[in-house]
Design a binder for this molecule. Structure first.
Ligand SMILES: Nc1ncnc2c1ncn2[C@@H]1O[C@H](COP(=O)(O)OP(=O)(O)OP(=O)(O)O)[C@@H](O)[C@H]1O
Length: 595
């Protein structure tokens, strides 16, 4: 039970809010002599208590015609209070600074009232706040520095009279999924990254400029002065880089020419020169990205010349690949495609024109023999939607896997990059989802007995092949444990269940169009929160909604995704079941995907 002091305070809070409306108190059954959390029919209305039923956690007083004011000192005496909903009333006065006494507050809904004044500058001390909805009031003044609330998921402030600038921090915070400041008096440029929200979230502020609004910001006179020194610095660094490179080439080319002329003849010199030149070309690309000289070719802990390639190279698919080709691959100019948690991937174009993607696995945690076993087993379970390795190389220090380069890029790029190929509509997304789920179910069935799962299923490891069919890459390269144990407190289950989680996140990406950068758990948390708040439709990618995609099937797919990302691995469905569910949804879809 709450203490008598807490009960009296909350009753005082409602009295002030309702201007002493005794009937309301009776209706609410807020009585200091009863236990608010009893659950025996005598407990208070419009409150929810903690699981242990000993303390009020949620207060919902909406649409009750409340015309009084908020006394936060009284409200915040309730120690476990996390959610306060006061929407759709006529509450007057301001939001008092004492609201920060509610230190456990996560959700504060004040929309559609007559609240005035500025937001208290101490508001950022509410470090647990996830949703702040002050829309449709009469708040004015500048926003307090809410940057300290790193977990803020929603800030709705449309239709007020707020002014000042919009803090940049919010948009570097992935979690922010709800944002609306339309129809206020904000001024200045919209911060970078804000274009993940559409323009309607910013309109009605005559002083705002920049993307996603149509009016561009005028260049500020100080901008030029500020930028030029750093530009000079960048140029100076680049020039010194070129100079150093030039020096290396100058010393190196004559050396190679002299030392190899006798043995190899001119053809080889030309090739060597070409390789160096193209290395130099690549170096200007990699230098800009801040990469080091060693990445002009695939950096190896072993020298290609010393390595006993034949004992460590296993050719799986491509008959053309042999020791010699592999040496060429190691020495060829390599373009760094990206660095992930488990290694780097390079694109290499061979002399015969074949484009290859070479994954260099960073970590030596999988012993060489086990790695070899895994690669061979995966190769024995071919599936059209799983990318087969061309070859792999595995010695004590080094693990490289060679795949054919997929020119259409990854599902991640497809969803979030610039798509020249037209919109990625719902039917196509559903087709992709079903194909991945089915391929994963097949692989699980084939390889479960061998204890091999994917281990790192995510949209950047799903590549689109030349038919625009999805192809799962990197199957079996990673031990799934590393993936599942990553977030604090997350429970490790069977490796297959980590893959189901991975697929769940891919489904969420397809549904929401939202970016998963480093932390898939962030997207899961956000979706769970929005769904819990019964804002389900808000989760979906706006372009799907405007396309007229079937909401019913999107909701069904969302339900599958939520099952897949259950925090208890054992509660997640098997991949086979996921595939069956996604396929059933897909079969209901009459539209044809034309990717
Ligand atoms: N065969 C391929 N063809 C074309 N692009 C590829 C191929 N393999 C990987 N890529 C792309 O190269 C980039 C880097 O891949 P990499 O696997 O190293 O990193 P990642 O997927 O971001 O992280 P992780 O190490 O966790 O797998 C990604 O954008 C990926 O889509």
């Amino acid at each position: 039970d709450e203490s008598i002091e807490v009960k009296r305070s909350l009753i005082g809070f409602v009295q002030q809010l309702s201007e002493n409306d005794a009937t309301l108190l009776r209706k609410l059954r807020w009585d200091a002599s009863t236990n608010p959390c009893d659950g025996d029919g005598r407990s208070w209305n419009q409150v929810q208590c903690t699981k242990r039923n000993d303390s009020i956690q949620v207060i919902t007083l909406e649409g009750l015609g409340l015309r009084g004011s908020i006394n936060a000192s009284l409200l915040c005496r309730a120690p476990s209070l996390a959610t306060v909903r006061l929407r759709n009333n006529e509450i007057q006065g301001g939001l008092p600074p004492e609201i920060t006494d509610c230190s456990n507050l996560t959700h504060l809904y004040l929309a559609n009232n007559r609240l005035t004044g500025s937001l208290p500058s101490s508001l950022p001390t509410l470090g647990n706040l996830k949703i702040l909805d002050i829309s449709n009031n009469d708040f004015s003044g500048e926003l307090p520095d809410l940057a300290r609330i790193s977990g803020l998921l929603g800030f709705l402030a449309q239709n007020n009279r707020l002014d000042g600038s919009i803090p940049a921090f919010w948009f570097s915070n992935f979690g922010l999924g709800y944002f609306n400041v339309s129809n206020n008096r904000f001024t200045g440029p919209i911060p970078q990254g804000a274009d993940k929200f559409d323009s309607t979230c910013f309109t009605g502020n005559s002083g705002l400029c920049g993307v996603p609004l149509v009016n561009a910001c005028p260049p500020s006179p100080s901008e030029k002065d500020d930028e030029s020194p750093s530009l000079y610095r960048v140029k100076a660094v680049m020039l010194s880089g070129y100079f150093a490179l030039g020096l290396v080439l100058l010393l190196f080319i004559p050396f190679t020419i002299i030392s190899k002329k006798k043995r190899k003849g001119n053809k080889f010199i030309d090739d060597e020169k070409n390789a160096l030149e193209s290395n130099a070309k690549n170096s200007s690309i990699t230098n800009k990205a801040g990469a080091s000289r060693s990445e002009y070719s695939i950096p190896s802990t072993e020298s290609a010349a010393v390595v006993d390639v034949s004992s460590s190279l296993i050719v799986l698919r491509k008959p053309g690949m042999n020791d010699l080709k592999f040496r060429e691959l190691l020495k060829a100019p390599a373009e760094l495609l990206g660095r992930g948690r488990f290694g780097s991937t390079y694109k290499v174009v061979m002399s015969d024109g074949a484009a290859l993607a070479v994954k260099r696995i960073k970590d030596g945690s999988v012993p060489a023999a086990e790695f070899r076993r895994r690669m061979e087993k995966v190769d024995m379970a071919p599936h059209p939607n799983v990318l087969s390795a061309v070859a792999f190389y595995c010695s004590v220090q080094e693990k490289l896997v060679v795949y054919e380069y997929q020119h259409s890029g990854s599902l991640f790029n497809f969803l979030h990059g610039n798509q020249a190929g037209g919109p990625f509509d719902w039917s196509c997304r559903l087709r992709v989802a079903a194909a991945i789920a089915e391929a994963m179910a097949f692989m699980h069935k084939e390889l479960q007995a061998d204890g091999i799962s994917h281990g790192n299923l995510k949209s950047s490891n799903i590549l689109m092949n030349s038919n625009m069919d999805p192809c799962i890459s990197e199957y079996g390269l990673i031990l799934a444990d590393e993936y599942t144990t990553k977030p604090a407190g997350h429970i490790t289950g069977a490796p297959e269940k980590a893959d189901v989680y991975g697929l769940g996140i891919v489904l969420l990406e397809l549904l929401t169009g939202k970016l998963v950068q480093n932390d898939p758990f962030e997207l899961a948390r956000w979706v769970n929160l929005v769904v819990r708040e019964e804002w389900t439709v808000e989760v979906f990618d706006k372009s799907l909604i405007s396309d007229g995609a079937s909401e019913e099937r999107m909701v069904k797919t969302l339900q599958v995704a939520l099952k897949c990302i259950h925090t208890q691995p054992d509660a997640r469905p098997s991949m086979e079941l996921v595939a069956a569910m996604v396929n059933a949804i897909r079969e209901e879809d009459a539209e044809v995907c034309s990717l």
